[in-house]
Design a protein around this ligand. Sequence first.
Ligand code: PBG
Length: 335
Amino acid sequence: MNPHFELHLPRRPRRLRRSPAIRNLVEETTLTVNDLVAPLFVKDGFGPSESIASMPDQFRLNMDDLLRECEALLTLGVEAVGLFPQVDPGLKNSKATEATNEDNLVLRSVRLVKETFPDLVVITDVALDPYTDHGHDGVLDESGREVLNDPTVGILCQMAKQQAEAGVDFVAPSDMMDGRIGAIRDALDDAGHTHTSILAYSAKFASAYYGPFREAIGSAQAAGTHLLDKRTYQLNPANRREASLENQLDAAEGADILMVKPAGPYLDIIRDLRNNTELPIAAYQVSGEYSQIQAAAKLSWLDLEKCRDESLLSIKRAGADIILTYFAKAVAASL
Ligand code: PBG
């Protein structure tokens, strides 16, 4: 090595990385608690909350713990939750009749949370998978092979109205049926719920990263596999233009917020969308993204906090305004 060797460079990017204060000045992306939504699993009955093996630190919460968790999140500055019910297997059937039961678990949870914390933003999924015995997001034709689009949308409209009635701020159609955003908007408006927003799972891919979620809510158990094939309605992971088409359709049909899901493996889709819409963008860091970081950290192969923060920052940098993440509480506590 020759210590006197010197390049004559007009640009030395390292000048702006010399100290923490300089790095802070030129930092482009900042994650804040305002960006975060915490997905929460809820269970029925009086039994204790249950841990979820593949999702460390996540629980199927009983009603008392659900309220405690909401309070803890609010205290940390996380002001939005998504509620996901684990429906009793005995209540599931091929027609998903429990989905529109006025007193079903998710509607009761929403009422309770909204009564207790009126300012907490509450989001609920509109899809049939927690309620079908086959685990699909829609009802099937007689052969049992096809997920029927329009009859499913009819049920989704009813679900959305009931969720709005129960007090949710956003209904979040996560089913990927065609035309559901427009139909749900009409149904909500006709019922006087003009203030209820639609957070559309617009670009939702047929992903293997949903595995732990399906275990968590028991839809895997219903389907007999956590890799149930949803490729006739969810997007092909290979398709970027098709994702753009789905986003455009949902925007045109009246979605208030568009969502990309999963998030980390689909950052290009988030960026495409950022460049092509003025609407707010949400991204869902799904169960498998959470579990893989947790699992590697458990083996001491990755640093949990650093990888968590980097994964979320990347999603924000790609263009997401809102991030649904199972890390919400832990990150909020660290910010
Ligand atoms: C249901 C739904 C799924 C997720 C959210 N809503 C699973 C699926 O479509 O099979 C996945 C969330 C996660 O993996 O964290 N439509």
